[in-house]
Design a protein around this ligand. Structure first.
Ligand SMILES: NC(=O)c1ccc[n+]([C@@H]2O[C@H](COP(=O)([O-])OP(=O)(O)OC[C@H]3O[C@@H](n4cnc5c(N)ncnc54)[C@H](O)[C@@H]3O)[C@@H](O)[C@H]2O)c1
Length: 283
């Protein structure tokens, strides 16, 4: 039972990226945003991204056209009814995601797999909102999804082996490298990455070094492609705060307690690249 038709819910940074990956890999993709205009804008952005790849000689025109022909955009959740796999990638808020799983459970066909792209939240809580917890798991793509090789497949206690095998096959077809991880906050990458990012904010707040020197140090000293503040801006400061809150809730480790500066910046609407201002100014 190979996955052919994929539903993506959420039109943010990650929803758009995952849609591009799935459609390029040959899947039919149904993109759902709460507003039709946003869903249509996602398809327009996808077309722009594919055109850039054609201009750079990385994609044939025929492949661009075939990819676009596989994508439909909708504001109606019911259009996901016959998808084999639905990946939700809406805001990192457990109540919102639980409500969405409840709705998807009623709408989607019985053998559909329902997956979440959450960065940290307990997948089991979403699974238990459905009547098919054995068909629920996490499929955690990284940002930007078209460029990043890794996908964490997150297995809650309830997931069946068949579900994980089908999702692993989907990830393989998408050309990504899957790793398996249990349903614990932060999974592998964010559980290791976020104490580092949070401590970088602490270092800045304590005046140990300035933003540019911290970013320069981690690039030059660890060979990282970008420093912690550039990475926080890329992830989004609201998403980063939600990730740290979820990690702290689960483990009560002080390294996960979000730094006050991060919380204040989110309150001020400085969310990083997506809002135009974060630790850096993108305007
Ligand atoms: N940003 C990253 O680097 C990254 C990486 C991997 C996974 N994720 C995860 O992907 C998911 C989406 O993150 P993103 O970075 O794309 O965020 P984003 O802010 O770019 O997009 C969030 C989307 O959720 C929608 N949304 C907001 N409130 C909603 C509601 N009440 N009901 C339905 N939809 C709602 C928004 O309209 C938007 O389309 C989150 O679970 C996040 O943890 C993010």
């Amino acid at each position: 039972m190979t996955i052919k038709r994929v539903g993506i819910v959420g039109s943010g940074i990650m929803g758009s990226g995952i849609a591009e990956v799935a459609a390029k890999a040959g899947h039919e993709v149904v993109l759902r945003s709460r507003q039709q205009a946003t869903a249509d804008a996602m398809v327009a952005a996808l077309e722009k991204s594919l055109n850039r790849q054609v201009d750079k000689g990385r994609l044939e025109e025929a492949d661009r056209d075939a990819t676009l022909s596989r994508v439909t955009a909708t504001s109606n959740l019911h259009e996901l009814a016959d998808c084999d796999l639905v990946i939700e990638s809406v805001v990192e808020d457990l109540d919102v995601k639980k409500e969405l799983f409840k709705e998807l459970n009623h709408i989607c066909k019985d053998d559909a797999i329902l997956a979440t792209n959450t960065s940290t939240l307990p997948v089991i809580e979403m699974a238990m909102e459905t009547h098919r917890p054995e068909q629920v798991c996490g499929v955690h793509f990284f940002n930007p999804a078209p460029a990043m090789a890794l996908v964490e497949i997150v297995t809650p206690l309830t997931a069946s082996e068949e579900t994980i095998d089908r999702v692993r096959e989907f990830v393989d077809i998408c050309g990504k490298s899957p790793v398996l991880v249990k349903d614990r906050a932060g999974f592998i990458v964010n559980a290791l990455l976020f104490p580092y990012l949070n401590n970088a904010v602490r270092m800045l707040e304590n005046g140990i070094a300035n933003r540019d020197d911290i970013d320069t140090a981690m690039k030059g000293g660890c060979n990282f492609p970008m420093g912690p503040f550039a990475l926080l801006d890329l992830v989004g400061l609201d998403t980063s705060l939600a990730i740290l809150d979820a990690l702290y809730d689960e483990f009560r480790d002080p390294n996960f307690a979000p730094q006050p500066l991060l919380r204040r910046m989110v309150s001020a609407g400085n969310l990083g690249r997506k809002s135009g201002v974060g630790f850096y100014d993108y305007s």
